[in-house]
Design a protein around this ligand. Structure first.
Ligand code: NAD
Length: 365
């Protein structure tokens, strides 16, 4: 029986390599905006000047900090109000999009997002801010960008290591969307196509970082991954990464890249449909299965990770080993409903320990 409720978020998506400047100008015209605030981190300053050239910009804002500290959000809000801004353009990764969302949350200003990583925040109505070490997230349609302008040529400068981590962050959105609390058949279809696109694109990015083909596939996959994630919600993988990122101040994309194979190995034996969809998307039909990985979903992910030389352990990212027990408690308190496998203190501690030390995540049982 097929029965579900699915919400598609209202958003225009323009995807064209080399088309960012023209498409962005078109969206600003559509909005009728006359006083634009461009938000871009220091590193993306020059890129932003090129992409937003010709727009009616009243403010270039470059104070961007990962996880959007509230004081950074407050300053940007005050500037936007003082300058009488009527539209926000964010050009950058998830941190930059996050700041634009924080401004939109209180002002209701429309956002046009021009992403330069594979984080996917541009396709969700989720905002996040931090106060001290505490990260708060929420859902509000006001923060959903009205339009996304994707241009794979903007990714050519993203270093390979960061591209891999960010691409695996997108892959994690796909995998987690298979069993997240609101996962439905449309999310799974988007996620499966996202895995396929990322599986094709990311090895090409590593092989030829300045080639358009890999960058386009990876970016297309990243968009699909975010669409799936926005609808399905946070599954076990995202809850774990949220806990670890907050407790130990770990880098966002890299943490996702390390943890993903362990969560897939943990849940896959208990999630037959998801496992088969993931395995098919990885195109592992020729691989022999095993008792704990009958369709080769875990093998598919691990094969891809090997090609990408993906980050391997939480230890390498700076997490202390004596933090595992506290992290396990925090994850236990945050386990999402309907996770395919029951989570216990013992099995989550085992998972975290394996991810910390970087032992291959083929079977965490
Ligand atoms: P990021 O935005 O912090 O960027 C990482 C680094 O890459 C920065 O130093 C940036 O200057 C650099 N960079 C970005 N684009 C570049 C380019 N094209 N060339 C060269 N350098 C470039 O990292 P991220 O992983 O994109 O985003 C992480 C943040 O996004 C986290 O705070 C996370 O919580 C948030 N996020 C939110 C959602 C959501 O739905 N709200 C979804 C995903 C991520």
């Amino acid at each position: 029986m097929i029965e579900f409720e699915h919400v598609s978020l209202p958003q225009r998506v323009l995807f064209a390599t080399g088309g960012a400047r023209g498409n962005l100008a078109g969206q600003i015209e559509t909005l009728g905006a006359r006083r634009v605030m461009v938000i871009a981190g220091e590193g993306e300053r020059d890129l932003a000047r090129t992409v937003a050239d010709g727009l009616p910009v009243v403010r270039w804002h470059h104070e961007v900090v990962m996880h959007v500290p509230v004081e950074v959000a407050e300053r940007a809000r005050e500037i936007a109000a003082a300058d009488g801004v009527d539209a926000l353009v964010c050009i950058g990764g998830g941190s930059t999009t996050g700041l634009a969302k924080a401004v939109a949350l209180t002002s209701g200003l429309p956002i046009v997002a021009v992403p330069t990583t594979y984080a996917g925040s541009e396709a969700t109505n989720v905002w996040g801010m931090t106060e001290g070490a505490r990260k708060t997230t929420g859902v509000d349609d006001k923060v959903l960008p009205r339009a996304i302008v994707y241009d794979a040529s903007l990714m050519l400068t993203l270093p390979v290591e960061l591209s891999v981590a960010s691409g695996l962050n997108a892959l994690a959105h796909c995998v987690d969307s298979m069993w997240a609390p609101r996962a439905d058949p449309i999310d799974r279809a988007l996620a499966a196509e996202g895995i396929r696109a990322l599986r094709i694109g990311l090895p090409l990015v590593v092989k030829e970082p300045t080639g358009a083909e890999g960058r386009e596939h990876a970016l297309y996959g990243a968009y699909l991954s975010a669409r799936a994630f926005a609808s399905a919600g946070s599954g076990l993988h995202h809850k774990i990464c949220h806990v670890l990122g907050g407790m130990f101040n770990l880098p966002h994309a890299q943490t996702h890249a390390v943890v993903l194979p362990y969560v897939l190995a943990f849940n896959a034996p208990y999630a037959d449909d998801a496992r088969r969809l993931i395995a098919a998307a990885f195109d592992v039909s020729a691989e022999p299965g095993s008792a704990s990985d009958p369709d080769g979903a875990v093998t598919g992910l691990n094969n891809l990770r090997a090609q990408l030389n993906a980050p391997r352990s939480l230890r390498d990212l700076g997490m202390p080993e004596d933090g595992i027990a506290a992290a396990a408690e925090a994850v236990l308190a945050a386990v999402p409903p309907r996770n395919p496998r029951p989570v216990t203190r013992e099995n989550i501690t085992e998972l975290l320990h394996a991810a910390w030390s970087g032992t291959e995540g083929t079977d965490a049982r």
